[in-house]
Design a protein. Structure first.
Lengths: 281, 259, 281, 259
């Protein structure tokens, strides 16, 4: 059954050293508050899955918590490169980083296959592309009807998924609106799921029948963290803080500046600061 | 005609190649500007799709990210990312995809993965994202990039997405049924693949650009079309539309917290 | 581009003798009016695909228009068997009927694969089940990572799909609400799609962003047929006419009664009768 | 205790086996009645799912079809049919599936496809629908049916869905990880599979039912548990709830056009 917990409790119970974890969100609804709590709790040797490892994965990698990243696009969206992730890959600072690299299509299909209980995803992908040669997790199957060679990748089955959503009701059912990304899939693919939400409402009466709702029995923990996606955004609540993404490009370019920034903005504060960060957005 | 920058010429030349019937998979940056200029000028019914799941979107400002709120708010509908890649891209519903490149070769193959060796990269670039399947699933591909010797290269460090491979019928030999790179629009020129060899060939030079300038910013020996033309200059409408769009965009994204 | 047409024109242009066609709807939004127009136009040698070939396929089969049915559950929902379809299979009346039989899961996956542009669907299905032995279209692939044997079936790629939906706007975009079934998938899987709708509205302004909408460029023809799902129902418009399903059990039990009923209720009328049939429901 | 019919006993015995934590894939008929009686009595938080895509539905009347409007209107959410079969059923999220049968054998294998030869059937039945994958993907399976010699048979004419196969560890040998048929509730008795052989064994007889009545309506030699019990009779609450539900259902579905 779903627990309503503090973020500290939810992360402590659901994220363990060595876990394979996915903090998902496609530009929208990125679970920044949950990632910062994971950083404060100092988890180690994580394998992180994400289509677009952006600022939060740059931060976790920069803090030395990550041994491996499975991904398809490692950029600061609309800004540029991920400088802490580059430093880890190019210079093994603060530690070396193993990478397993896919295309977006393969990653999306791998989540879909995980949600579908399949061992692998099958897609028409990677034709003529170089990743096949450097990623042994890209294999193929032949269509038994046409003989066409299709790509196959292993399903994503993370130990734990973290997402941010707009609303939960008192039972723990979760509503996601707008750019829904792969959030339904990652929750269904994961063994455990933690959802931070903008708001907890009594019930979902009157909602349109076809919205993206995760029933409470698919979610381990619901945590009320207003603003918890900042500097990403929450459709219906606050806009994207583009300036913060530009700022990250500078902060992450310098190891000392990065360390200082993390101390001030992550290690020394709690999830309650997020509400103030989105005021006026 | 007022003056214009090479970047503006590139964006407007790309916009002109788009039509009302196109269903475009749009990337951030120049492609996004080009697609929206087309929509706001000669192609009001063009369908724009961003890989975040927004279908038929009509943003009034350019998105900073591929999943800005504006894209969802103005879209006909927004679907999940797995659905986007399965039903819409792989399903063959997209007529046109835009790609950018860190490195591009003469056959339209693209690298956005690494500079140097994959396992010991000099520069770790963001990676392919949607590109490997955009390159093969969209009806055709337009590429936009600024010319530079380190960008237009003789040989890629990594083959992120497949263009025409070694040229000729290489796509068909791999079982790919789509047209692949059909247009390269740079800040200096417009290029089209040769019908036979598929090597990119300059078909028009932007105003004030010489053959030498094109060759000096390209890592391979450039072929020019026998019927080389000058790219028509931006019209008042095109340039005004682009600049208005960029002004609105700056206003919207400029300051922290919307200031 | 989408055409706004009469039902007669839409069927004449899009359904040809020998076509593979799918008239889809999962209990809800079944395109009865479109099927009746196909009957009036006397199409021949059709291959029909449908998860739940119910009353409309019973009618088309009874009229001798169908040479083959690809299906997963042939029943009159909540009532019993399909008596015209049984007569065709058991007694070759009015002609023999070829059947290709799947499970619901395989049919749903086959539509999904068709919409996804894949040659086949891969699922964990048919384990220990008898259909594998009688349907050569059920094959298998081995997962290249785990070795697990998974079922594979050919993707559905009908020549033409017919569905009924709540609304279209003036551009021809289509909105489907409630039990959405496999309707999005069948339209995207088909070469041509015809949609009958309850209502045509100016635009879709103000709709929730995540509803089931088919853009106009996925639909060949939109036809305004109020009540066009009767005796099935349209969420937001009218309820299911359960009595009509019970009546069908009697009508279809007798060859002469069936012929008479079709003459009176289908052959001798036009799509305009449907609006009156749903009054009071 | 008022009087009750064998059918009512069957439905109520099935309802009792359900709990608040169950996520049930519900079929039409007796399963639907049982699940909703459970929801309206001891298991208010049970999650009911119908294969039409309705998740967490709370109908006030029983649906006539698997996709009645009532199911969607009272559901937490309604998903597409491909999603239902992929994410929810195949995804292993359903704890319990209900199946009915035209023919059932002692190991819980089911036929709803044909009577007679598949290619020359004596009776063409509706077919499997969701059953082949419900039988293997749900955590466990409950079966409800009325006893009759032509229904409980020594050998099926067709194996629509897999129960325990030839018994024993046959499921495990096929790589199936779910429990399979765990309960058979008929109008006469409650049966459970033997822990070793997996043959259905009568564990309780409904009031007034004799061993002979069970054997006379079963096509195989029936095994009875050493600790054979009498099925507890329906309580006032159970029976009242079921009858109210059926009364509301008749009112709602009774006449043409809602009369």
């Amino acid at each position: 059954m779903t627990k309503f917990q503090s973020l500290r409790e939810a992360v402590a119970e659901n994220l363990h050293d060595g876990d394979t974890a996915a903090f998902e969100g496609f530009t929208h609804l990125i679970p920044h508050a949950a990632a910062h709590e994971a950083i404060r709790q100092g988890r180690k040797d994580l394998t992180l899955i994400r289509m677009t490892p952006d600022v939060i994965y740059d931060q976790m990698i920069g803090m030395g918590m990550v041994k491996k990243v499975i991904f398809s696009y490692a950029g600061n969206p609309g800004v540029g490169l991920l400088r802490r992730m580059r430093d880890a890959i190019e210079n093994a600072f603060p530690r070396g980083l193993e990478t397993v690299e896919h295309s977006h299509a393969a990653m999306a299909n791998a989540y879909e296959a995980g949600a579908s209980g399949l061992p692998c995803a099958v897609l028409r992908g990677y034709v003529g592309a170089g990743l096949k040669a450097v990623n042994p997790d890209i294999r193929s199957v032949a269509c038994p009807f046409t003989g066409e060679e299709l790509a196959a990748v292993p399903a994503h089955r993370p130990d734990v998924a973290f997402i941010h959503a707009q609303k939960a009701n008192r039972k723990g059912d979760v509503l996601i609106e707008g750019i829904v990304g792969v959030q339904k899939e990652v929750v269904l693919a994961a063994r455990r799921a933690v959802v931070t939400v903008e708001e907890i409402v009594d019930d979902f009466e009157g909602l349109h029948p076809n919205l993206c709702v995760l029933p409470h029995w698919t979610v381990k923990s619901v945590v009320h963290v207003p603003g918890g996606a900042h500097p990403s955004y929450a459709y219906g609540y606050y806009a994207r803080d583009n300036a913060a993404y530009l700022e990250w490009d500078k902060v992450s370019a310098d190891r000392a500046l990065f360390a200082e920034w993390m101390k001030t903005n992550v290690l020394g504060v709690g999830p309650d600061v997020f509400a103030a960060r989105v005021k006026g957005l | 005609m007022t003056d214009f920058t090479p970047n503006e010429m590139m964006t407007i030349a790309a916009a002109r190649a788009l039509s009302n019937d196109d269903v475009c998979f749009v990337g951030i940056g120049a492609p996004s500007a080009a697609c929206n200029v087309a929509r706001l000028t000669h192609a009001p019914d063009i369908t724009l799709i961003y890989e975040s799941g927004t279908i038929g979107t009509r943003p009034s400002v350019l998105p900073l990210s591929i999943g800005d709120g504006e894209l969802c708010e103005t879209a006909l509908t927004t679907v999940s990312v797995p659905e986007m890649f399965r039903y819409w891209l792989q399903g063959g519903r997209i007529t046109l995809g835009f790609l950018g490149a860190a490195q591009l070769d003469r056959f339209g193959n693209i690298n956005t993965t690494v500079i140097g060796d994959y396992f010991k990269p000099k520069v770790r670039l963001p990676g392919g994202g949607g590109a490997p399947e955009i390159a093969t699933s969209c009806g055709k591909i337009f590429i936009t990039m600024k010319q530079a010797v380190r960008g237009l290269v003789e040989k890629l460090d990594f083959y992120t997405s497949f263009g025409h491979g070694d040229g000729g019928d290489h796509r068909r030999r791999l079982g790919i049924r789509t047209a692949g790179p059909a247009l390269l629009i740079t800040d200096l020129a417009v290029w089209e693949p040769d019908p036979e060899t598929k090597e990119f060939t300059v078909v028009s030079l932007h105003r004030g650009v010489t053959r030498q300038m094109v060759q000096d910013t390209c890592g391979w020996t450039v072929r020019f079309s026998d019927r080389l033309e000058e790219t028509p200059q931006p019209s008042e409408l095109e340039l005004g539309t682009l600049r208005d769009l960029q002004r609105r965009t700056e206003l919207a994204h400029g300051g922290r917290k919307g200031n």
